[in-house]
Design a protein around this ligand. Structure first.
Ligand SMILES: Nc1nc2c(c(=O)[nH]1)N[C@H]1C(S)=C(S)[C@@H](COP(=O)(O)O)O[C@H]1N2
Ligand SMILES: [Mo]
Length: 245
């Protein structure tokens, strides 16, 4: 009897394609690579639910007062080693002289903001580690305005849940509000005490040492304060949305 049942189950498993147990044996990354491996996209909805839980959990344990390590001058990556990385080979066409940052959504003062209005706010300079998901890291010297200072200036709704970002190369990402307000999250306009160069995201990029490198959007052109959770260029391809480190 017991034998029969077992055989029966095995046959059922084969006929039905992936059984639940065999799905669990696969690594999550493998599953993310091929989301539509079951009919009706059931694997996909399971993973979406799991990822939502993961984002919620990471946000719960995220401590806004916990700072990412700041390094001494001796520990800096030398400027020659300040690596460039991005989805495209060439930077987008941007004229830093006429650049403005658009601000929309749940803010008291929407509009477009110049680099001068950003750099007149308090400045933070920090040597923090940038960690790329591709398996390398570096410690550049960043300088800019804490994003929280800017969000206060534009009158962002303190109760809003998210901030989404659009860049000039059609790159997008989005953050939970506590991460956007973290004191080391910068609207960065300098590196190594000089204006940010175009390959690194000039005139203004995000630097967020509490998260993986793909959350540090370069060439930003629009910020939207919202209660809707938007994804991002890499996030929509299965990369972690919270991406805390
Ligand atoms: N707009 C935009 N921002 C981006 C990217 C991109 O392709 N476009 N790539 C991200 C990734 S994966 C990394 S590792 C860092 C690289 O920043 P860097 O060129 O200053 O090293 O930028 C991030 N921000
Ligand atoms: Mo990256």
């Amino acid at each position: 009897m017991a034998d029969d049942t077992e055989k029966g189950n095995a046959r059922e498993g084969e006929a039905g394609g992936l059984t639940r147990r065999s799905i669990l044996k696969l690594s999550p990354l493998l599953l993310l690579a091929g989301c539509d491996m079951t009919p009706e996209g059931r694997t996909e909805s399971f993973l979406r639910t799991f990822q939502k839980f993961n984002d919620w959990f990471q946000a719960k344990v995220f401590d806004r007062s916990r700072l990412s390590t700041e390094y001494s001058a001796a520990e800096l990556t030398p400027e020659e080693g300040f690596r460039v990385n991005g989805k495209d080979d060439d930077p987008p066409d941007i004229d830093p002289a006429t650049w403005t940052l658009a601000v929309e959504g749940l803010v008291a003062r929407p509009g477009t903001y110049t680099l001068a209005s950003i750099s007149s706010l308090p400045k933070r300079v920090m040597n923090t580690r940038h960690v790329c998901v591709e398996g390398w890291s570096m410690v550049p010297r960043w300088g800019g305005t804490p994003l929280g200072e800017f969000l206060r200036m534009v009158g962002a709704d303190p109760g809003a849940k998210y901030l989404s970002v659009e860049s000039a190369d059609d790159y997008t990402t989005s953050y939970d509000m506590p991460s956007a307000l973290h004191p080391q999250t910068l609207l960065c306009y300098e590196a190594y005490d000089k204006p940010l160069t175009l390959p690194h995201g000039a005139p203004v990029r995000i630097v967020m040492p509490t998260k993986l490198g793909y959350k540090s959007a370069k060439w930003i052109r629009k910020l939207t304060v919202t209660d809707e959770k938007t994804g991002g260029y890499w996030e929509d391809q299965g990369y972690d949305w919270f991406a805390g480190i």
